[in-house]
Design a protein around this ligand. Sequence first.
Ligand code: NAP
Length: 249
Amino acid sequence: MKLNGNTILITGGATGIGFALAEAFAKEGNDIIICGRREQKLKEAKSKLPQIHTRVCDLSKEKEREGLYNWVKSNFKGINVLVNNAGIQRMIDFKKGISNLTDGENEIDINLTAPIYLSAYFIPELLKQKESAIINVSSALGFVPIAFMPVYCATKAAIHSFSLSIRHQLRNTSIKVFEVIPPTVDTELDKGARDERGQVEKGIPPAEVAKATLKALEKNEYETAIGMAQNLRMGARDNPEQIFQSINQ
Ligand SMILES: NC(=O)c1ccc[n+]([C@@H]2O[C@H](COP(=O)([O-])OP(=O)(O)OC[C@H]3O[C@@H](n4cnc5c(N)ncnc54)[C@H](OP(=O)(O)O)[C@@H]3O)[C@@H](O)[C@H]2O)c1
């Protein structure tokens, strides 16, 4: 996959891994569109990268996903890369019943439904381009779940499965499907809860994820596990019970 001259939509591109990807892709000479719910964060991103295009959008809402698709389609004819990056992470204790699940944002809508719907919207557009890609950001926790974040881990396992299937469906087309599997990354994701449980491990900088992603694209390496995510992915295959126990002590 060529690294320049692309028109790239990055969901959740104003912060964390998404913004690091925006910076790295912009440096290579690509046209970047980012979206997210917080206008202020989009403005801050644009002040750092004035050439990017921004759009306020809540991807958990179907009307807004459709609105994003229509806006991109009419303003960026050459859209050829979709990065499904936006996500949230929650601790959910099922012993507390339904309210603990519903008293917060819906991880399934944001982490899973949105990438699936955006793929369905954008694939016909991407098929019109000579070379195009979908990049799904999953997680090492999709391979080995941490039990106190059960829904998050399930959505990431599902993104892995979805990536395998659409990669196969699209194998004879212009669209390459990539999955990027980060380890713990130092971002705002679930930061409050990380602090609350006294998690000291901050994780790798988001720029490292961006660097590994661009390297994977360049080499057409369709599934890339980064840093410690490599160990978890391998452990899930070779010794699933032991690796599950070791991260859930
Ligand atoms: N950090 C880690 O340790 C880690 C590890 C593995 C995988 N990942 C994955 O990496 C991806 C990026 O996360 P991050 O770590 O970079 O955290 P982050 O900085 O919190 O980024 C998440 C982004 O998603 C956007 N977003 C959340 N809900 C949205 C919605 N309903 N509609 C539109 N945008 C929404 C957020 O913007 P708004 O809030 O303004 O909407 C934010 O810009 C996620 O999919 C996450 O699961 C992270």
